[in-house]
Design a binder for this molecule. Sequence first.
Ligand SMILES: [Zn+2]
Length: 166
Amino acid sequence: MAKMAPRGSGVYETIRAAVDLADVVSLFAELEDQGDMRVCFCPLKEQSSKSPAFKIYGDRFFCFSCGARGDVVDFWHLKHEFPSCWEAAQDLASKYDVELPQVSPEARASYEERRRKEDEYARVAAERHAALKDPNNATGAKARSRTMTASPNNGKEVSPTSATAT
Ligand SMILES: [Zn+2]
């Protein structure tokens, strides 16, 4: 499967290659390594759950709390509420000093369409991966890792009425 980016349309690839998603997210949240994923509390919306629901895998993220997902451009788009990913990409490019290829309006439109499809595939793949890596799906994961210390004398009851010693 060769990458066949049409000439003059590599805007998002350029950004993804030049700007590290984890770097950008770490501006807003403290990242924790979790194998080949990095996790943090959602930097986009306040979480209700008590374990980090925001997962970064490679150049993709997804959040089990608010459902946000995508790449570094999507993150910037959501975080700063740009009208579209296109504006977010331009802003990221200027912030990180990335030179973007010039794109005609028609090329931009078809490229946006292609991006939507790619995102869909990436989302499914990433979520499947996350589900495998994190069977608890970010709910109640902490309680489960605690060691249970069951008493071996469970069957033997201590009588509460032992105050009759004369
Ligand atoms: Zn979230």
